[in-house]
Ligand binder design. Structure first.
Ligand code: HEC
Length: 281
């Protein structure tokens, strides 16, 4: 059944060369993003750029109205509250996260993932939180674990609400990491031979079973999400789920492959405002 629906999607994908073509030559992140925006603008002429932060909801007014109603009294408030307690609880040495994150942890999420020149690799905001814990004598969290770092993030990331996503890709090593993430996004894989782009570029706006597929632009600004209202899902948890959807083996969360993917993927949301945490179906 699943296979059949996906095969149907595939056959609707003639002419996908255009946007996939950009994956071969080096283009700046800004050019890549503009190419995508141009592609979507022709598909969805009535969707405003600022509405891409709503993902698939921007393409479906009924679901968007439901979302707005749910977000008035979010069913996940108590979890975000638990995240706030984690954020405010000092380490054993008396220091707090605010003491060791840049700018006290406020208005920073839109800078991550960041290429860390000293480490020679991409670091996510979660990596920085763990470095902060280790520097203060605490054990690092298991990366992407919804119950610990995810929960902390559900509050911590609200401190960056309204910040404009601003991923920078400067210098040859940063460019190489970005290109690696971009390759992951555009490469077909898995038993079903799908790339991320097969769904979130070529098939954005089409249905996969009961789900409307969102465009990649705007996908990175609103994490974590609470699926069904109470199940916390981090961005890399979601990547893992999407890899599995096409029966591909996902890279480990927080591996270089995943972090580079997050680097490219987040840069495609540059210029859009951050907003944590939100409801998703
Ligand atoms: C077979 C189609 C398919 C493929 C391939 C796929 N996804 Fe998805 N993805 C979906 C569907 C369906 C959803 C849920 C509806 C939506 O929000 O788009 C989703 C949701 C997402 C979301 C959450 C969007 C939001 O606003 O909550 C992200 C992020 C995402 N995918 C990233 C990826 C990445 C990265 C890859 C490649 C590793 C990928 N997807 C591959 C179908 C796919």
């Amino acid at each position: 059944m699943k296979q059949k629906i996906i095969m149907k999607l595939l056959t609707g994908m003639a002419g996908l060369g255009m946007v996939l073509g950009v994956a071969t030559a080096y283009a700046t992140p800004e050019q890549d993003k503009q190419d995508l925006i141009k592609f979507y603008a022709s598909k969805f002429p009535n969707v405003k750029l600022e509405d891409y932060v709503y993902g698939a909801l921007a393409l479906d007014p009924d679901s968007k109205a439901q979302y707005d109603a749910i977000m008035e009294f979010p069913p996940f408030d108590s979890q975000v509250e638990a995240g706030r307690k984690m954020w405010e609880t000092p380490f054993k040495n008396g220091k707090t996260y605010a003491d060791c994150l840049p700018n006290g942890g406020k208005q920073i999420a839109g800078n991550y993932p960041m290429f860390d020149e000293a480490k020679g690799k991409v670091v996510t905001l979660e990596d920085v939180v763990n470095d902060c814990r280790v520097a203060n004598g605490e054990a690092p969290f298991k990366i992407s674990d919804p119950k610990t770092i995810g929960l902390l993030g559900s509050y911590m990331r609200t401190l960056s609400d309204g910040m404009i996503m601003n991923i920078k890709v400067q210098g040859p090593k940063a460019v190489a990491a970005y290109e690696d993430g971009k390759r992951t996004f555009f490469s077909r894989r898995g038993q079903l031979n799908f790339a991320c782009a097969s769904c979130h570029v070529q098939n954005a706006g089409n249905h996969l079973r009961s789900e409307l597929i969102s465009p990649v632009v705007g996908q990175a600004v609103h994490w974590p999400v609470f699926r069904g209202g109470d199940t916390l899902v981090t961005l890399q948890n979601r990547y893992t789920g999407c890899f599995k959807q096409v029966r591909a083996v996902p890279p480990a969360e927080d591996s270089a492959a995943m972090n580079n993917l997050e680097y490219f993927h987040s840069a495609m949301s540059n210029g859009l405002p951050m907003k944590a945490s939100v409801f998703r179906k």
